[in-house]
Design a protein around this ligand. Sequence first.
Ligand SMILES: NC(=O)C1=CN([C@@H]2O[C@H](COP(=O)(O)OP(=O)(O)OC[C@H]3O[C@@H](n4cnc5c(N)ncnc54)[C@H](OP(=O)(O)O)[C@@H]3O)[C@@H](O)[C@H]2O)C=CC1
Ligand SMILES: O=C1O[C@H](COP(=O)(O)O)[C@@H](O)[C@H](O)[C@H]1O
Length: 457
Amino acid sequence: MATSATSRSDAFVFFGATGDLAKKQTWPALLALTKTGRLDMPIVTVGRHDIGVDEIRAEAKKSLEDTKSFDAAAFAQMSKRLSYVAVNYDDATTFDGITKAASAAQHPLNYVALPPQLFEKVAADLAKAGLAKGGRLVVEKPFGHDVASARALSAKLHAAFPEDSLFRMDHYLGKEQVENIVFFRAANRLFESTWNHEHIAAIEITMAESFGIEDRAEFYDSVGTIRDVVQNHLLEVMAYLAMELPTARGHTALRDARTKFLTHVKALGPDDVVRGQVRGYRDVRGVANDSTTETFASLRFAVDSPRWRGVPFYVRTGKSLAVTMTEAMVRWKRVGHPVLEDNAAPPANALRFRIGPDNFIALATNVKAPGEAMRGDSSELSLCRPATGMKAYERLLGDAIDGDASMFARQDTVEEAWRIVDGALAAKTPVYPYDKGSWGPQEASRLAPKGGWTNAR
Ligand SMILES: NC(=O)C1=CN([C@@H]2O[C@H](COP(=O)(O)OP(=O)(O)OC[C@H]3O[C@@H](n4cnc5c(N)ncnc54)[C@H](OP(=O)(O)O)[C@@H]3O)[C@@H](O)[C@H]2O)C=CC1
Ligand SMILES: O=C1O[C@H](COP(=O)(O)O)[C@@H](O)[C@H](O)[C@H]1O
């Protein structure tokens, strides 16, 4: 007999269908999975408001139009499968409505895109309603808010869903552009031999977003940017940039290598972080008027391994910044002297991995400037690849439907990541104000790479 670990899911139970994530990512992914025939099952949306399924259909349609992913035929197909159940999160018996709506399902996939403080309760109430038996649970990051709570959360979730039916979603693990970092390293011998402290001066990662928290206050104000994107997405990117390359094949080897790398990253202290809060944040509905939640962070990491000893890793991220752009930059050390007839040493070589919104890899080089003198000029070789493949949410939700957790986050990795950032969070360092549309507070320059951050072009 097929177990829940091997069976295909036969109902999609969707908590958070009205949320920000649903609008930007989940509805487009569900439509894409409908188009390819992989979401051939009832979709039971669940929320706290007393609304009908027509409101959910309208919400889904608007999200698809806003993200330019609407397709009338696929939407009609998906619409027929939709239902809506209103629940009261303080009354577990209201989950019986979900059981009724998914009554034909043996293997429901329960997908929870809610503020993380609700994960435990939802898992327990799903179990009481009989939706854990034979089913799966997908929870969105962040998993816990520090090491201790991540362990406690895992234990609580395991009381309802065993490890092989628990999927910890971190969509950066499903991004082509992120996977390409490690593939590019492994497949191009040219770089790997200099990928170490002898040649590399620093590694920097920027995840800048020009938009604010919009109507996500209930989620965001209790989390902040370090827990929202550094502890998970950006440490995953750092791991792909700097881990030892696995010799075995497959995703388990990649998961092991990422986790091993994180064990070498030193725990952050108060001097390794500068936090910022955008002016006007406290006026957003739902944000506490004395909130010290950071909407910006600049951090410096050190890696205690033979390969990286002495190389600083800088990470900067924030809301309401000058642009929306995620990029990782590997900077080599400079040639220490002027070349031929040049007056100054040439700029350092650097590799830029653009992760979003576009997708390219660029290599900064120095060439001879046209003319009689042997002088230099900088030039970037750029490798652009339009992102044509599956988007991260389609890929990961498709895997969850099939019961394949290999591209999801693992508990040991999650705990290592908390170990690294916990010290920076617990220190309650000052939160410096910054203007919307800027690159964060002035104070962040204290933790910048030598020569300053590279701001997006
Ligand atoms: N937004 C994003 O881009 C991404 C988010 N995520 C993760 O997804 C999860 C949800 O984030 P996001 O969608 O941004 O958050 P939102 O603040 O938009 O809320 C998501 C859902 O939670 C419901 N909700 C909020 N507060 C409560 C509450 N107190 N009780 C019951 N329901 C509540 C909302 O319902 P209602 O409509 O009723 O308010 C909404 O449907 C988080 O874990 C986040 O880390 C992951 C990747 C990207
Ligand atoms: O998990 C999250 O990610 C998004 C950014 O995702 P991306 O794929 O557009 O880079 C971020 O805006 C959000 O705050 C966070 O919860």
